[in-house]
Design a protein around this ligand. Structure first.
Ligand code: AMP
Ligand code: ZN
Length: 496
């Protein structure tokens, strides 16, 4: 089986075919940094992380881009309401840039604590204004815009495919449309590409443009920055389900209008919402939970990660502290099981690292160097892989991890090697737990790092076809009592 993803565009499960398996282009909408992320937002980023790590596990290379919105996002995605950054800065008596700086750092802290890998490129909107102006210029030249009341608008009536992603029926929408707050718009779904004069005159940051001094609408940044870093057509775009009807719908219209290429994005992946007992979590109402508030109540950030992985990303997930307690208990027993296995194992096997060999035949090999993990562990890895390939079924994949570590027929070292391979996707810190346990009797983490450094150096030498250097490193490690085993998923090391 190969990876299958549910594509919101078309609403069906589709086999994933990469434009270039060595560098899958992936864009995930990032945060607007006017406040702390709430735990619902973190569900979106854990979903992106699950997707990226699954792709890597299956042998793809990935270029992951995530934007930071620090300008232009109004409280209503449809250009209504206040500017989120300006309002937050005014309330807190700070400048917009200070606010952006503070909450971006807080966001990165959350990502680190949740073991969410950083994207390869993290562009900030305010640093890409010329790219946005250029893209808007292309849209204008192609005839999709009009100016009204000093703002430049996208004219959706010029784009017949408008709303395809969200299955919008424009005739119905128009019939039932509320009186739009922005009287400049010809159609209620038209949206601002560039603001100059409007009710948002208190915007702190403005730039010169062919349409006057002003600032960009929110949607254009994602089109401009994804095209800049991933090209005019790329593989996957993700975000929360709330982005389907407006933000992503508008991104598609802008991008395809500018480039004339279709489809701009091949697979659209949307996570369902995390919901609270008492309904929607919302920052505007001021009632939302942050990761820090969970930590303050004694939870580990990874308890929350475990909780999220226990639900399929396309199902709504109900948050409650009872459910979080359940996740905490389960994670603790998992770590206990890993520690028990490491007491039984002679050595702690090396971490799985995806190797360049994988990229040549994505999905073909079972990574993790399973030759040494025995048939039963191999079967568990196969099932784990099949679960992830089935539209990222993390709950089923977790169940496979559990049956692996509980299977008495699998030797401890083999179970650990396979569990660590799975943890390259789950990122629950299993190997760290095992190493912690072994510390007294085995080598320090420092020497493990040194060995892993040499293994990585050898992989680089092999990639550069410098086989003499690669052999030298292998011999050097052998002298230190380390054996290497090259598998389709990369190199595993063990003590001899
Ligand atoms: P924002 O910072 O508001 O642009 O949101 C960041 C990400 O979180 C977006 O991908 C949203 O779609 C997503 N999101 C917002 N609320 C929730 C929620 N309650 N559950 C899951 N994802 C959410
Ligand atoms: Zn976006």
């Amino acid at each position: 089986m190969a990876l299958t993803l549910f594509n919101t565009l078309g609403r069906r499960l589709e086999p994933f075919r990469a434009l270039n398996p060595e560098e899958v282009g992936f864009y995930g909408c990032g945060p607007t940094v006017y406040n702390f992320a709430h735990i619902g937002n973190l569900r979106a980023y854990v979903t992106h992380d699950l997707l990226v790590k699954t792709l890597k596990y299956l042998g793809y290379g990935v270029k992951h881009v995530m934007n930071i919105t620090d300008v232009g996002h109004l409280s209503g995605d449809d250009d209504s309401g206040d500017d989120k950054m300006v309002k937050s800065a005014a309330t807190r008596g700070k400048s917009v840039l200070e606010i952006a700086e503070f909450y971006t750092k807080a966001f990165f802290d959350d990502l680190d604590r949740m073991h969410i890998a950083r994207a390869d490129v993290i562009p900030r909107a305010t640093e890409h204004i010329p790219d946005m102006i250029e893209l808007i210029g292309r849209i204008e030249k192609a005839g999709f815009t009009y100016e009204a009341g000093g703002n430049l608008y996208f004219d959706i009536s010029r784009f017949p495919r408008y709303g395809e992603l969200a299955l919008l029926r424009l005739d119905e929408l128009r019939a039932g449309a509320r009186i739009d707050v922005d009287g400049n718009k010809r159609n209620p779904q038209d949206f601002v590409l560039w603001f100059t004069r409007s009710k948002f005159e208190n915007q702190a940051l403005t730039w010169d443009s062919p349409w006057g001094r002003g600032y960009p609408g929110w949607h254009i940044e994602c089109s401009a920055m994804s095209i800049k870093y991933l090209g005019e057509q790329f593989d996957i775009h993700a975000g929360g389900i709330d982005h389907v009807p407006i933000h992503h719908t508008n991104e598609i219209a802008q991008s395809e209008a500018a480039t004339g290429r279709q489809p701009w994005v091949r697979y659209w992946v949307h996570n369902e919402f995390l919901v609270m007992d008492k309904g929607k979590m919302s920052k505007s109402s001021g009632s939302f939970l942050t990761l820090q508030s969970l930590v303050d109540q004694g939870y580990n950030a990874l308890d929350y990660r475990y909780f999220l992985l226990g639900g399929h990303y396309r199902s709504q997930l109900q948050f409650s502290f009872e459910a979080l307690d359940g996740a905490r208990n389960a994670r603790r027993s998992l770590l206990d099981r890993i520690k028990a296995l490491s007491d039984q194992a002679a050595v702690i096997p090396g971490a799985y690292r995806p190797g360049p060999a994988d990229a040549a035949s994505p999905g073909a090999a079972s990574p993790g160097g399973i030759s040494e993990t025995g048939e039963e562990a191999g079967k568990a890895l196969d099932n784990f892989k099949a679960a992830l390939e089935d539209d990222l079924s993390s709950p089923r994949a977790l169940a496979e991890l559990w049956s692996l570590v509980r299977n008495p027929r699998i030797r401890a070292g083999e179970a650990l090697a396979a569990a660590f391979a799975m943890d390259s996707v789950f990122s629950l810190g299993l190997r760290e737990a095992a190493l912690e346990r072994k510390e007294a009797s085995s080598e320090s983490e420092e020497s493990v790092r040194e060995i892993e450094g040499l293994v990585a150096e050898r992989a680089a030498a092999k990639k550069a076809r410098d086989f003499d250097a690669a052999d030298r490193i292998r011999d050097e490690l052998k002298k230190r009592g380390i054996a290497l085993e090259d598998g389709p998923g990369g190199t595993i090391w063990k003590r001899i």
